[in-house]
Design a protein around this ligand. Sequence first.
Ligand SMILES: NC(=O)c1ccc[n+]([C@@H]2O[C@H](COP(=O)([O-])OP(=O)(O)OC[C@H]3O[C@@H](n4cnc5c(N)ncnc54)[C@H](O)[C@@H]3O)[C@@H](O)[C@H]2O)c1
Length: 244
Amino acid sequence: MTMKNKVAMITGAASGIGRAVAEQLAAQQCQLCLVDQNADALEALAETLGKQVKVITSTGDLSQADFVENVVAQVEQQFGRLDYALNNAGVTSPAQPLHELTLETWNSVLGVNLNSVFYGLKAQIPLMLKSGGGSVVNTSSMLGLVATQNRAAYVTSKHAVTGLSKAAALDYAQQNIRVNSVHPGYIETPLISHIDQQMLIQKHPIGRLGTPQEVAELICFLLSEQASFITGAQYVIDGGYTIQ
Ligand SMILES: NC(=O)c1ccc[n+]([C@@H]2O[C@H](COP(=O)([O-])OP(=O)(O)OC[C@H]3O[C@@H](n4cnc5c(N)ncnc54)[C@H](O)[C@@H]3O)[C@@H](O)[C@H]2O)c1
């Protein structure tokens, strides 16, 4: 797998899965645009990875369309191309039955988990078309394929990412842009550290949670040329969560 001098944009790059992908792409000599709202963590990561490859960062709220547009404009200005995109930033929704969800919560979960992916694709694809093609991975979830109780906003947002990824894959299949979604089970990241870990482990036949590095391996494969015939696919990486 060679990614030397390719350019990747990663959202939600300061932590968890996004961070692990940034580390693995940097190890492949891929240049990076790292995006997150957590400025301190983002800068610390950029400083480390900047010793290996060219890294630019952008701090802001990905649920705002103009912010995402500006990030991609910066990528074009700094690198002149975009080869890979990982639309990955996400938030959980509070555990409550659907009728108790406020409109504010609904809109904010959908704003990050779904709208930011749409804003990403909408801005990234024109630059990829100019660059001769590219590969996009959107981070959905096993909850983009099956539901769980009391998480209607999260489940809806992740199912929508599954559909959006397939729709985008179809629109650009003949223009050398591939779009796939990944569907992790519970992964050891800060996103889920507030939930009872033993309870989560029991949901996975494999008997443990996943690691960000395991998910990153899959994402880097899907981004790479090795996955050149794979588009519109939904890749489950969930320790067996959804086979039950
Ligand atoms: N951890 C899991 O168990 C799990 C399971 C399935 C899917 N996922 C999905 O994987 C993706 C990555 O999650 P993670 O587990 O690495 O979580 P994480 O909390 O470790 O990382 C998410 C990052 O996204 C950033 N972010 C959130 N909202 C943002 C916004 N509005 N603007 C800019 N940045 C924002 C956060 O600052 C954080 O750095 C998410 O889409 C999540 O839904 C996670």
